[in-house]
Each structure stands twice: as C-alpha cells, then as structure tokens.
Design a protein around this ligand. Structure first.
Ligand code: NAP
Length: 478
C-alpha cells in the first residue's frame, strides 16, 4: 500500500503512527508549510495556550512528563508535536512545501498533485488538513485603509513588539480572550471590540512543579492514571454536560460561569456588558482564569458598540467614537466549514468533493464519503471538536481509517454505501435538534445552511463508532 497523508498537524502525525503500527510504511505526509504542527504552528499569538489540560492533550502513544503548566503554552505544544514526529520516525516522511492541489481517483488509485507537480499514484489518501485552519477576516468597511500594523491572530508577526502601544482586538472568543490576558499586561492601551459576550468558565492554570514532573517521569503508570482521570472528566462530565447528557453537571457548569462573572466583576455596567444573552455552552465555552482581571486593568477598555468602519487612525464606532490605534488584531475566527479546501478532489464517476458538499459537508462517521473510494479524513464533517481533546478524536479516527486501509491492502477499494451514509446523517441532524448549540446563539459551529458541524452524541458513542469498521456499511470494489 502506498498512502498519501495531507497535512502534518496532530491528525497527520496520528495517521502516520497508526499506519506504521499496521506495518504500512510506504507513506508520505504532504505539508504545504515549512514546519509541522498545524494549529500550533499557525497560532503563535501572545497568550496562546491549549485550554484542554496538557496531560490530556497528548497522544496516548507519547506520554509526556515534562509539561510545565496545567494548560501549556502553544510553543510548548508545538515542541511536543515536533518531538513526537521525531520519536515515531515521521519527520523524514514529511514532504514540506508541498501543498496538495489535486487528488484524482482513476483505475483504483489516487493521482496526487502538489504545488511542486505530480507526485504519482497512491492506493489511499488520508486528508488530515485541519478544521480551524482558514483565517476568517471580518467583513468591515475600510479594512485595508488602516495606517497602523494589523494581522489575523493565526498569522502572527513574531517581529512585532506591542509594548506600550495602543492595541485593538476585534473578537472575544477563545482567541480574543487569550490575547486580552497577554496584551493587557504590556500594551499602553488595549481596546477589546466585543460583538457578543461570552460565558467564561474559570480554569486555574497553575505551573507544574519539577517535583511533580519527576514523579510522572518515575512512575508512568501514575501519569497514565491522570490521563484517564482527565479523559473521564472531560468526556463524561464536561462533554456530556454540553451535549445534554448530564444535566447535573450542566447545572454546575452554569453556576461556575455565573459565579465567575458575579465574583469577578463588581461594576454593574461592565458586568451587564459581559453578560451573555444565551445559554452556557451554546457558543464554544471559553475557559480562562485571567480574562475578567485583564479587562478591568486601567489600560483596558471593553467596547461593545457596533463598529462602523476602519479608518487610517483606528476603529470608528457607529456612535461616532474613534478608537485611535497603533496595532489592530483580528481574532475573528476561522472558516470552520472549508474542509479539504481549496483542493480539487475528484472521486469515482466524475464526482467532485466540493460539489458533493455544496449543500453542506457530510460523511459517513466523519471519515469517508460515498463515491470517493479509499479517500479518508481525520477531523472530517461532524467530528467531535470544540470542548473535547482533539487529540483523542484524531487518534480514534486514525485507528479506524487505518483498519479500512488495511482491508484495502488486499487490492480492493473501500467506500461507504450511500444509503448508510444518508441514514447516519439523517440521524445526526435529528439528534442536533434540541442540542445546546441550536438554543439561540450564533457560532462557528453553524454552516451556511444553518446546520451545526459538531457531534451531537456522547463521546462514548463516538469511541464505540470508531471501535472497528462494520464492513457491511461499505462497498468493496476491485
Ligand atoms: P471564534 O470563536 O469564531 O470567535 C470569533 C470572534 O470574532 C467572536 O467574538 C466574533 O463575534 C468576533 N467577530 C467575527 N466577525 C466580527 C465582526 N465583523 N465584527 C466584530 N466581531 C466579529 O474564533 P476564535 O476565538 O479564534 O476561536 C475559534 C475556536 O478555536 C474556538 O472556539 C476553539 O475551539 C479554538 N481555540 C481553542 C483554543 C484553546 O485554548 N484550546 C484557543 C483558541 C481557539 P460574535 O461572537 O458576535 O460572532
């Protein structure tokens, strides 16, 4: 079997690991950038960290005793990704600077073309190209007229020093809040332009002492026990609370967010501005221990008015106020539904993936699409994302996809049956009705058709779905 993996972020690394475990060693990871790590390579803004505890946000096959904080900074996670890729021998298999432009199915295989030209035929392709990957710029008049410096949060310019500067941040999601915490400490003034308030769950982010790290180094079983403890807290308590399967835990979550706001913000006007008008968990919950303190610093301003336009000097509000700025950061999120974009993926009988998904992305159990034999995805449509450890999701999908590829190694092609895929998606849409995500807010979970691209069931069901393929659900071709 010759396998192409698209992307060398967490999903690509997991795919490479499980292919090797299955003794499939002829594979290449095509990476458009000059470094691996995906999200952690792209997101280098001040304050970036993963709000999933580090001892959970790691591969099961690469425990790490060395995490320095409960929720480690992005650079440390990026270092971990590099170390893992080296440990498992993936580094030499990455073709850097190769952006996959096209993959075409013909005569039982996939012809893959990258920005550097045709790369030959592969028996199977695993797309591990990321979900929160394409930066979304806001649709605001005058964006290009700003005379100061600016960037999207996922395109950070490491050479910029914002010490003492007048800084503006548009967007108050997970990224905007992390930026606020970091920049309020160094900026001359910081203005956060908040369109919609966020619920904030307190998450103390304490350092992990060397003593504790040594304990984990010396006793890997103990560290593993902690991983499983965190996994059960996240998936069975937190995840189930958000997905509506643990009402008691949900009530605790609501109390924690409300109390956090009450206890942290004394000024009733500011508290009113920071109080969301939708249910906790409707938008992806923000986990932060520092945001409320940061926004109350004397140099910080929370602006909740409507933005009229951007001018050379700064941001003009609809009430006429001008916020003069030196630097403006767009923490405005991602095109979360542009999966596999902008690759041209041509399957069987002239089918094109972008056309198949014109009315919304869909897949069989997130990993495969009818009409696209031996084409697999990690982080595909309706994968459990958001408030889960994405590494758990990626690993389960990678193992499952590799089982399908092993099956195809006997010279056959594998693709999900159309009827089974339709039934799965109908059940998924039905289950989405009544979830917290459709309870009255806007978020990146919604696609253009107004459907929610998350996973409506419990993580335990997802793990069960990914246990082993049911080959009765697949067309086996030759
Ligand atoms: P996001 O959650 O989509 O937030 C985008 C923000 O920009 C929102 O506050 C949005 O306001 C605002 N916005 C967008 N267009 C605007 C406009 N034209 N005018 C004014 N405001 C505008 O994006 P994100 O914060 O980058 O986070 C995306 C996801 O990445 C997270 O939910 C999370 O899953 C992941 N993430 C994770 C971590 C972590 O620690 N694990 C950290 C960062 C990000 P509205 O709310 O009004 O739309």
């Amino acid at each position: 079997m010759r396998v192409a993996i698209i992307g060398s972020g967490a999903s690509g690394i997991a795919a490479a690991y499980y292919l090797k475990q299955a003794s499939i060693t002829d594979f290449t990871l095509f990476e458009k950038s000059d470094d691996l790590g995906g999200t952690w390579r792209d997101n280098r803004y001040p304050g970036v960290a993963c709000d999933v505890p580090s001892h959970l946000y790691r591969f099961t096959f690469a425990p790490n005793a060395e995490w320095t904080r409960r929720c480690s900074p992005g650079a440390e996670i990026q270092g971990y990704m590099r170390d893992v890729a080296k440990q498992i021998g993936t580094f030499p298999k990455i073709a850097f600077g190769h952006e996959v432009i096209e993959a075409k199915f013909a005569d039982g295989g996939w012809d893959v073309t990258t920005s550097k030209g045709p790369q030959g035929r592969f028996d199977a392709v695993i797309s591990a190209s990321g979900a929160l990957h394409h930066p979304k710029m806001p649709d605001i008049e005058g964006l290009d007229s700003f005379a100061g410096g600016s960037c999207h949060s996922a395109r950070w310019d490491d050479s910029v020093d914002l010490t003492g500067k007048r800084v503006g941040i548009i967007g108050s999601g997970s990224t905007g809040t992390q930026l606020t915490c970091a920049l309020a400490e160094i900026a001359g003034t910081l203005t956060l332009f908040q369109r919609t308030a966020q619920w904030i769950m307190p998450l103390p982010n304490h350092p992990i002492a060397e003593e504790k790290r040594k304990e984990y180094r010396d006793d890997p079983a103990k560290m593993d026990g902690y991983y499983h403890y965190l996994a059960s807290r996240f998936n069975e308590v937190f995840g189930d609370a958000v997905s509506g399967h643990n009402p008691e835990a949900y009530d605790h979550m609501v109390e924690a967010c409300e109390e956090n706001l009450r206890a942290s913000i004394a000024d009733p006007d500011l508290r009113a501005k920071l109080t969301p008008d939708y249910k906790v968990g409707c938008k992806r919950l923000v986990l932060s221990d520092g945001f409320y303190a940061a926004i109350q610093r004397p140099n910080a301003t929370l602006e909740t008015g409507a933005i009229s336009k951007i001018e050379p000097q700064g941001v003009r509000m609809e009430d006429g106020t001008l916020h003069e700025l030196d630097y403006l950061i767009y923490a405005t999120g991602f095109h979360a539904h542009s999966l596999c974009h902008p690759m041209h993926i041509a399957g069987r009988d002239g089918r094109v993936l972008a056309d198949e998904w014109a009315d919304g992305n869909y897949a069989y159990r997130s990993v495969a699409v009818p009409g696209f034999p031996n084409w697999f995805m990690i982080g595909g449509p309706n994968s459990p994302i958001g408030n889960f450890s994405y590494l758990m999701t990626a690993e389960l999908q990678a193992k499952y996809v590799v089982s399908l590829i092993e099956h195809a190694s006997s010279g056959v092609t594998v693709e999900p049956k159309a009827a089974v895929t339709e039934a799965y998606n109908a059940e998924l849409r039905e289950a989405m009705n009544g979830t917290i995500w459709v309870s009255g807010c806007d978020s990146w979970y919604f696609d253009k058709q107004g459907r929610v691209a998350s996973y409506p069931w419990q993580f335990s069901r997802f793990a069960e779905e990914m246990q082993a393929p049911d080959f009765a659900d697949f067309l086996i071709g030759s």
